[in-house]
Design a protein around this ligand. Structure first.
Ligand code: THU
Length: 162
């Protein structure tokens, strides 16, 4: 028997003032994007901002539906929009912010499993690590590469015959 330990490094900051200008700008865009959220059922407004290698920033927000599973998270709305609008341009960073009960959430909100899987596909597609920037009012978490948030993941490589 062999034991393998998988570790994830998360860079934690207490204030946006500790971040570089690009990350600060992306968080600001994600915060603004929460305003376009359609979340009448959960009241949980999530915004995401996707930075592309050409400098474009594509924003999105969660879009809910009375038939619950038909809605979509902010991360997938924005990443799919970025991929559809710029199919040849790598995604290099995704920032996320969440607004609930009249304020931005104090702690960062990590992406759900489906969003992790979708972002991993985009990372594999462009062969470029996606910087994940999760922002809360009191804390910011940064992870270098979506694969770090989805260890032992299922990718196209898994279907290759050896
Ligand atoms: N949601 C997101 O948009 N992103 C996440 O990472 C977690 C959850 C949305 C889905 C739903 O509209 C609401 O938040 C509550 O789950």
């Amino acid at each position: 028997m062999k034991t393998t330990e998988i570790t994830t490094i998360v860079y934690e900051y207490n204030s946006v003032d500790e971040l570089n200008a690009q990350d600060r700008n992306l968080i600001e865009k994600a915060r603004q994007a929460t305003k376009s959220s359609y979340a009448p059922y959960s009241g949980f407004q999530v915004g995401a901002a996707v930075l592309l290698a050409n400098g474009e920033i594509i924003c999105g927000s969660n879009q809910e539906n009375a038939a619950f599973p038909s809605g979509l998270c902010a991360e997938r709305v924005s990443v799919f929009a970025a991929n559809a609008g710029f199919p040849d341009v790598p995604v290099i960073a995704v920032a996320v912010a969440s607004f609930s009960g009249n304020e931005f959430t104090p702690m960062p909100v990590p992406p759900c499993g489906s969003c992790r899987q979708v972002m991993l596909e985009t990372q594999e597609r462009f062969k470029y690590p996606i910087r994940i920037i999760l922002s809360g009012k009191d804390r910011i978490w940064i992870v270098e590469g979506i694969d770090k948030l989805l260890p032992l993941s299922f990718t196209s490589d898994c279907m290759k015959k050896s």
